[in-house]
Design a binder for this molecule. Structure first.
Ligand SMILES: [Zn+2]
Length: 125
């Protein structure tokens, strides 16, 4: 029969057969490290969203809406892979939001940047 070992420090385990760690220290260390990995992914996503939001807000300035070229937006560092909400309208006119700002695709690789409508949409707080 194989000797079971601690998943953190690899020392031999004694006692219950469902034991995974030799003690509290190893269990905590193991789980803290797993959390760190998860948190790094969350933080990276958070940063991408914040950056996207900041870029759109700076483009808008005090204006309610503005048109900008897709290439220009990418050059500013905008990442189309990160958004918080899609509002699907008729005729495929979707709005893509990053929190309180968003965009709609126009013809000729241009986008209309907008503030999110303050009216509540469906179920939102
Ligand atoms: Zn251990």
């Amino acid at each position: 029969m194989n000797q079971r070992r601690c998943e953190e420090c690899n020392s031999p385990l004694k006692g219950r057969s469902d034991k995974r760690f030799c003690g509290d220290y190893c269990r905590n260390t193991y789980h803290n490290r797993k959390h760190q990995k998860r948190n790094r992914v969350r933080y990276a996503t958070h940063q991408k969203l914040q950056r996207n939001r900041q870029i759109l807000k700076e483009i808008l300035g005090s204006k309610a809406r503005r048109v900008i070229g897709r290439e220009q937006l990418i050059q500013l560092g905008f990442d189309f892979g990160f958004l918080t909400e899609i509002l699907r309208l008729t005729r495929g006119q979707n709005y893509y939001y990053i929190y309180d700002v968003g965009y709609r695709l126009l013809e000729a690789n241009r986008l209309l940047i907008v503030h999110k409508d303050k009216r509540p949409l469906a179920i939102s707080s």
